[in-house]
Design a protein around this ligand. Sequence first.
Ligand SMILES: [Zn+2]
Length: 391
Amino acid sequence: MSKTIVTGNVVQTERVIEQGIVVTEGQYILFAGKKEEYIPTGDETQLDFSGHWIIPGMIDLHVHGSAGHDVMDGTPDALREISKSLCQYGVTGFLATTMTAPWEHIVRALHAITVATEERNDYAQILGVHLEGPWINPKHKGAQKEEDIQQPGREQLESLLSVAQDRLRMVTLAPEMPGVLEAIRELVRHGVICSIGHSDATWEEVRQAVGAGATHFTHLFNAMRGLHHREPGVVGSALQLRQCSCDIIADFVHVHPAAVELVYHSKGREKLLLISDGMRAVGMGDGTFELGGQTVHVHGCIARLAGGTLAGSTLTLDRAVKNMVEGVGVAVQDAVYMASTAPAEKLGIADRKGSLEAGKDADLAVLSSDFRTLLTMVKGKIAYREDEVHG
Ligand SMILES: [Zn+2]
């Protein structure tokens, strides 16, 4: 089986090995560590990225689209293009994220995800579905379309579980809305991560949701009841509940760097995950786009509805890591942990993905010293290489 030696600063969970190597064999990592501890067989392909970071491939739990395509386009082709595009940003796995929409549109998207998941894919792997809405609170709809917000019913839940099956990994919902607590219990029984978001839940309502099995909070601070010292709300609960994790859009537009730092101090790298919430405008420059049936204007990387509401983002995970390191002062291995390891742990796949260790899937990325993605490998194959694109 073909072997590749990638040389660079190897970012592991507890340390960075300067001028180390990662050796891949077929689709797995054969070795990760100090050069002198590996005995070459002589038939390896060499990729020299000395001075740059070799990191475990990043995993985005919340991404709607990229490069002009959206999961809600409801076609396998859109998913293929998204998979391919995300490799440019060091992402090797993601949850295809749907939006609040008429139920039949959501079902169409789920079918497309099924088709795309089952076919051969050498790019970022579709690790499952994240259903964002439609069971949310109109008060915190953000860029989700209000008229499509729904209440979960038994029939809808059954149809969802039968169409998505075990691909359904995460649902963002508002537990204070009618029927949602029951839905949480049912989803958790099927192994689905229930994440509180687009929600006006009080501290007490969050406690009930957590009692029912919710364990996560979606894009902390955005589209949720904030923290008040007499009513800690969703934000206060997320910070207080040590067992729960949350994710954040660390673009410094959705959240101030100081607020990101505050959450980091409170949750630590294990319970704070980096997401992009990227939409089809990612990588497309300024312009007018569509998101969940609404028109979005992108200007200077910021995506807004006509009324000014932030509408998804054009953030990429390599930039989120850069922001955590350069803007918040987090160590590189901790920032990478939040983009790669913690999401793998949340999905229950950390035995295979999310860290550079022998035996794990050869999903990795090389980031330049200023955190631009130079190379992405998915299961041992090069899925993106910067110099090939820019000549
Ligand atoms: Zn979203």
